[in-house]
Design a protein around this ligand. Structure first.
Ligand code: SF4
Length: 470
């Protein structure tokens, strides 16, 4: 399961904003590893450098040195809408001359197909296959003169998840959908202002968190400082998977540091799904804190039985089927000296399709573990996500058509236990109505019927294609 993107923006005269953006993107690398890009503005021009690959692969001294100005925008991409190709890298530049802007988007627009058709009829051209270009063109298509009004015009038409940072030649803007699905925060440093998907990006460059950008809020940052404009909000729907998996444990969302909430998820699991074991562990890195929480609550020793090879990015797997087949083995190294003959409680953040967990169970088994009891920090995922998380179709989600016992058999574990929705909400200790929990419940915060119909159509035509090939 992959998050869609990380975004960052900075307005800070006198600072090397491109280099600060580079380090902020490094901190947000976990949110997207397919492409990275930075755009800068100096009051007269916008410059852009973006390419496929990790932040460290895309930029060097030469490319960073060319990005001058006092305003910068950065983006790490994982594709959810639009394929992983060079034309789809961000920040995305739209418009020309005085009407030019660059935008960086995290999320997914549910009604992008309809909007793209309307815009194409008005004569707007599309050069990418992303919903982010629909947003850019929608902003440009507004009859308003002022950029805030143009953004407002687009927000009234967009359905879906969007946390966006945008630059013009003169200013930095940030805005968030009225549901607040994806996080976005505001920070400051040395007389300048920043926006970022996660607070960890601020920490690494010595900025301080000021506050979250609220659902439905537009922020403009220019030579006059920060100005905020509010649009009517909808039912709040912050993605609960930001707490479980996507965001870094040292980030703060809705006033909560995520590390203790992950400890609490593990503790909740130990209460709800107890099991007699010798050792407890978490699958690194995202479930490490939850594994520790489980161990502490169950009063069992905590171990790091699997070491993660942290420097193998997704992009290295992509071109080589043989390496892709090695999968879990390339990513994790078990330590038989610690695991041999032991009964393990193994905490993980989720089971989506059920393709990765059997490989991890197998690795632990081959390293000599005597019993493997999988414990999952969330309820079973039964419904797909339409808001920027690359999960699967409903048919591919193992929990949509299998019982817990069947999933346990499939993954080859000795037992399997999930944290209940109530237990999860208790662990994050915020009211339930703050969150989107649709992938567990099917209760989507906005209409997604069109998108579901489209998916069903794509699936049936893919099946038809396969049948014809046979
Ligand atoms: S459906 Fe699930 S993954 Fe998607 S936004 Fe809602 S909680 Fe997050």
């Amino acid at each position: 399961m992959h998050e869609s993107c990380g975004v960052f923006g900075i307005y800070c005269p006198g600072e090397d904003v491109a280099r600060l953006t580079f380090f902020a993107l490094y901190a947000l690398q976990h949110r997207g590893q397919e492409s990275a890009g930075i755009a800068t503005a100096d009051g007269k021009h916008i410059q852009l450098y973006a390419d496929m690959g990790l932040v460290s692969q895309v930029f060097d001294e030469v490319s960073l040195g060319q990005l001058t100005g006092h305003i910068a925008l950065g983006h790490n991409r994982y594709s959810t809408t639009g394929s992983s190709r060079r034309i789809n890298v961000q920040p995305l530049l739209v418009g020309e001359n005085n009407d030019c802007l660059a935008l960086a988007h995290n999320g997914n627009i549910v009604n992008s197909g309809l909007l793209a058709r309307d815009l194409a009829e008005q004569g707007y051209n599309f050069h990418t296959t992303t919903d982010s270009e629909v947003i850019g063109n929608l902003i440009l298509s507004s009859p308003a003169k002022d950029t805030v009004e143009k953004i407002r015009y687009a927000m009234h038409r967009l359905q879906g998840a969007y946390s966006i940072a945008l630059i013009t030649k003169e200013a930095l803007y940030a805005f968030r959908d009225p549901w607040g699905v994806r996080p976005l925060c505001l920070g400051k440093m040395n007389g300048g202002w920043l926006v970022a998907s996660e607070t960890c990006a601020l920490d690494h460059i010595g900025a301080v968190l000021v506050r979250e950008i609220e659902p439905g809020e537009i922020v403009r940052i220019d030579e006059n400082g920060v100005e905020s404009f509010r649009e009517p909000t909808q039912r709040r729907a912050l993605c609960i998977f930001e707490f479980i998996y996507f965001a870094r444990p040292d980030s703060i969302i809705n006033g909560k540091l995520l590390y203790p909430t992950r400890l609490a998820m593990g503790a909740g699991l130990a209460i709800e799904q107890p099991v007699d074991v010798d050792l407890a562990m978490g699958i690194p890195d995202t479930a490490t804190a939850a594994g520790l929480g489980y161990a502490q609550k169950a009063n069992k020793p905590f171990i790091e039985g699997l070491m993660k090879n942290r420097y193998v990015g997704r992009t290295f797997f992509a071109p080589d089927q043989r390496l892709r087949d090695l999968g879990a083995k390339l990513k994790y190294n078990p330590m038989p000296q610690i695991l041999k003959g032991k009964r393990l409680a193994v905490v993980d953040d989720s089971i989506v399709r059920g393709t990765t967990t059997p490989k991890v169970v197998n690795l632990l088994r081959r390293a000599g573990a005597k019993e493997i009891h999988m414990r999952i920090c969330a309820p079973p995922i039964k419904y797909p996500c339409f808001f920027g998380v690359d999960m699967a179709t409903r048919a591919e989600l193992i929990a949509a058509h299998s019982s817990v016992e069947q999933i346990c058999d499939f993954i080859g574990a000795d037992s399997l236990g999930y944290l209940s929705l109530q237990g999860l909400i208790q662990a994050v200790s915020l009211p339930k109505n703050v969150f989107c929990t649709a992938c567990f419940t099917g209760d989507y915060p906005m209409p997604v019927q069109l998108e579901m119909d489209k998916l069903a159509l794509e699936n049936s035509s893919a099946r038809l294609d396969r049948a014809q090939e046979l």
